[in-house]
Design a protein around this ligand. Structure first.
Ligand code: GDP
Length: 226
């Protein structure tokens, strides 16, 4: 998938204010400072799209960004070859040509928030996740440097209990050596497999090196085509 453009659409305090219509949505969430804004900017190729937080946890709104895509050029099969019958004009890819919303959900777990604000935030996030039917997948961001944190583990458990489609995105991969990164990811997945028979898909990303960009966009593409 190639992203042609990505534009800010709207900030919503409540799920009812989110854009009308039923474009597919892919949402991103994680603890404050996990690297969510940087990842969104890296994926869309727009440096200033999501604000990288100078004040962690400041955003308490649901932000929608409209993403317009075009299919990756694929080599044409040879004339009369095995795949000749399957050849289609590039524009016939249905949702491949379609638009989607990238949704930036507020960061959670910011210690300096008051109790009331934390409750409101949790309600907003829960409402969005439970009620927004066009949300096709939630990407849960985890800082690859850190030990599994209780707040994330509990959130993952809640996602599972509620049958929410999600995947895990390990961020800031460039900050670790290859071996340490692999060990941390393995450790994290091991912890998860104590709760889960089948692990959710996971991605390893860096907004610095753009690691994981293609895999993540391809995954979104594959869900859109289902
Ligand atoms: P957010 O609060 O989750 O939106 O996190 P930000 O995107 O604002 O990132 C928090 C801090 O981590 C910033 O100082 C970023 O520059 C840094 N950061 C984010 N992603 C990466 C990454 O992939 N590699 C490195 N080295 N730093 C990152």
């Amino acid at each position: 998938m190639l992203i042609k453009s990505a534009e800010f659409t709207i900030s919503s305090a409540r799920v009812e204010q989110c854009p009308a219509g039923n474009l597919p949505e892919f949402a991103f969430i994680g603890r404050s400072n996990v690297g969510k804004s940087s990842l969104i900017n890296m994926l869309t190729g727009r440096a200033g799209l999501a604000k990288t937080s100078s004040t962690p946890g400041k955003t308490v709104l649901i932000n929608h960004f409209l993403v317009k895509t075009s299919p990756l050029p694929r080599p044409l099969p040879r004339e009369g070859g095995e795949n000749a019958a399957a050849r289609k004009p590039p524009s016939s890819g249905g949702s491949l040509e379609g638009n989607w919303y990238l949704v930036d959900l507020p960061g959670y777990g910011y210690a300096r928030r008051g109790m009331k604000q934390r409750d409101e935030l949790q309600r907003m996030i829960t409402n969005y996740i439970m009620r927004r039917e066009q949300m096709m997948n939630l990407f849960l961001l985890i800082d690859s440097r850190h030990e599994p944190q209780r707040i994330d583990m509990e959130f993952i458990e809640w996602l599972g209990e509620n049958g929410i489609p999600f995947s895990i995105v390990f961020t800031k991969a460039d900050k670790l050596s290859k071996s340490k990164l692999a060990a941390n990811v393995r450790h994290y997945l091991n912890e998860l497999s104590e709760q889960w028979e089948e692990l959710p898909p996971h991605f390893i990303t860096s907004s610095e090196t753009r690691q994981g960009k293609e895999e993540l966009l391809d995954y979104i593409d594959s869900i859109m085509q289902e």
